[in-house]
Design a protein around this ligand. Sequence first.
Ligand SMILES: *Cc1c(COP(=O)(O)O)cnc(C)c1O
Length: 368
Amino acid sequence: MPTDQYGARSAVETRAKGAKKKGQREVDLRSDTVTKPTPEMREAMAYAEVGDDVFGEDPTTNKLQDMSAKMFGKEAGLFVTSGTQGNIAAALAHCQRGDEMIVGHKSHMANAEVGSVSAFGGVQIRMVQNDEQGRVNPDEVEHAIRPDNIHYPITRLIAIENTHNGCGGYPITPEDTEAVAGVAKRHGLKFHIDGARIFNAAVALETPVKELAKDADTVSFCLSKGLACPIGSVVVGSHEDIEKVRRQRKALGGAMRQVGIIAAAGVVALESMVDRLAEDHANARKLAVGLSKIKGIEIYPDKLPTNLVFCWPKVKSPGEIQRRIEARGVRFLSLSYGWRLVTHYGITSDDIDYALDVIEDTFKEYRV
Ligand SMILES: *Cc1c(COP(=O)(O)O)cnc(C)c1O
């Protein structure tokens, strides 16, 4: 059964069916969230200096937050349990009950966060169209801002996503960001970036995250995806905004105690896992080019942006083919709009060769 773009159901299904055969090589391309911590992270976690972070006394968490703020050119950072929690806490920090926020129609915030800004904060979501590369049109955004009229909710926040997960993992350039941020500024609105994979954008665009984040009031980014940490995200922004986010995080149950144990992995990630994302992008390109040579697969390798590879099996029984590929240890997600294969830490160039061999063999067996 195909699923939505986030693949949750499919992940459960594939786990059930794909019981691993002993000795079977595994190349897990379902998501960059399957990454495991590096040995250096485990070591840092074991020996992390800790304290009670609700009292602000966890030195390792403070270090991670300060490093994050510095990298993003902001005053402060806040460690949160997940990207979802970071986005919700930021949105609730910026908005009051009955306010409205504007996001792209394929955004994670609109589609994959359980409607929580509405459920917990009484915030209404207004969507504008994302184009194929995850951008929103600044004129459309401006048009979606509510005029001052007693009938309307008050527009308070605009949020974009970088890279855009639901639109092929495209990076959003500083120019495109600035154009939308300019609309927010002109109307006195807050501007948030859901930067779950913003380091992939930075590496792909060869631009520091500071540059991508410069127009944002708050940015959330994930440590637990391509950066390979086991847990956690960070929100950065001004002291004032981050204090508001801290209060919302507490309300959401996300204030933790000796959390330096997990923040320690984040410090290692920021120090040593960012530049290597280029390797994931190179592997993604190699995978896409290889897939484009397999009869029965439709793909546009020239459109490949970061570490997410999308392709479309043009065959009668894609489910059966996927099961056969998985039986040989190559795992990926089948989503409502195609197959998604993600490269990440732990996947080598050699793994890509193996995956391509398996996929090619399987399609050949089907004589497509
Ligand atoms: C993964 C993701 C999130 C949420 O992160 P979690 O840590 O899984 O809650 C938010 N936004 C985008 C764009 C994502 O890809």
